[in-house]
Design a binder for this molecule. Structure first.
Ligand code: SF4
Length: 326
């Protein structure tokens, strides 16, 4: 496999030119890049568990876990370590190689709850799974503690472009986001960072977000592309449903500008048919979230048996854990 050149000097105009290609041309190009850089017959299967749910002080306009919105999410305190490890064991048995734990916190506080998360990270790592967390903002010292406990990846999405950021979140800044990602990198943890489409952003915003990711000194090893899950009670509940071709266009562009990153088809799969998801894989997606709980944190998601059936239909195999992949 001869890989494409990894570039960190993309310009907005270059990415715009790719994003605006005729759709099928774009998919052909992305599929070629994918084929040259990755095992196209494999899809990474990850499980995401909400270990602390709801009651978040932030105001992310898309999020049903923000305390200020009136949604159906019930607040749940941080789970016990044993309970989380039971979920991780089941996820492993069902074919997941990566286990992600999400807590609805603004930021990590260095307290007993964080000590418990450290225990969870050690426990999942001991199961031989790649362990990932998404816990909000993180200092360099906290990132280092997580790394020492065996954390493999940290998720911190950009969500949207720098220009559109304050329309979606007012309780923190785009720079706060970048700082946490830098702290994760400094600690030697791999980065998982992507965004959401369907927030009311322009095409230029989507391109700008991809530019930020693709011009980082090192590309995020994992790039989740989410379609907005429109949840009743959130400010964005009446937004239009994201068209699948918009997801395909976004995934294909991400694949071309970040050839060897895992591009994850994330939220929004529940509203896609197998055929639509197949187009996303064709365009370069090679990672999904699944799980027996059939939720992605707190929104609906296909279940693991349905997903395994889909992969079989498409002739795709769950990716084995690789030390070099994320
Ligand atoms: S996305 Fe995260 S930080 Fe924002 S409100 Fe939801 S849980 Fe809080």
């Amino acid at each position: 496999m001869t890989g494409s050149e990894i570039r960190n000097n993309w310009t907005l105009q270059e990415i715009e030119g790719i994003y605006n290609m005729p759709l099928l041309e774009l998919i052909y190009k992305a599929a070629g890049v994918h084929h040259r850089n990755n095992q196209t017959g494999e899809v990474q299967v990850c499980t995401l568990l909400s270990i602390k749910t709801g009651g978040c002080p932030e105001d992310c306009a898309y999020c049903p876990q923000a305390a200020r919105y009136h949604t159906d999410v019930s607040v749940q305190a941080l789970m016990q370590t044993d309970e989380v490890l039971n979920y991780a064991r089941k996820a492993k048995e069902a074919g997941s190689t990566r286990f992600c734990m999400g807590a609805a916190w603004r930021e990590v506080r260095s307290n007993r709850d964080f000590d418990r998360v450290i225990e969870m990270v050690k426990g999942v790592n001991d199961l031989g799974m790649e362990v990932c967390c998404t816990l909000g903002m993180l200092t360099e010292e906290q990132a280092l503690r997580l790394q020492e406990a065996g954390l493999y990846a940290y998720n911190h999405n950009l969500d949207t472009s720098e220009q559109y950021y304050e329309e979606i979140i007012s309780t923190r800044t785009f720079d706060n986001r970048i700082n946490t990602i830098n702290n994760v990198r400094k600690a030697g943890i791999t980065v998982c960072s992507g965004g959401i489409i369907g927030l009311g952003e322009t095409h230029r915003d989507r391109i700008s977000m991809l530019l930020t990711l693709a011009t980082m000194p090192k590309h995020p090893e994992s790039v989740p592309i989410n379609a907005l899950a429109r949840v009743a009670g959130t400010p964005l509940e009446d937004n239009e449903k994201v068209d699948t071709w918009e997801m395909v266009r976004m995934i294909a562009t991400a694949r071309i500008v970040m050839p060897s990153s895992m591009v994850r088809l994330s939220a929004g799969r529940i509203e896609m048919s197998e055929t639509e998801q197949a187009w996303c894989f064709m365009a370069g997606a090679n990672s999904i979230f699944t799980g027996e709980r059939e939720t992605l944190l707190v929104t609906p998601n296909p279940g693991v048996s349905e997903d395994m059936q889909m992969l079989q239909t498409l002739g795709l195999k769950p990716m084995m854990k690789k030390e070099t992949c994320c």
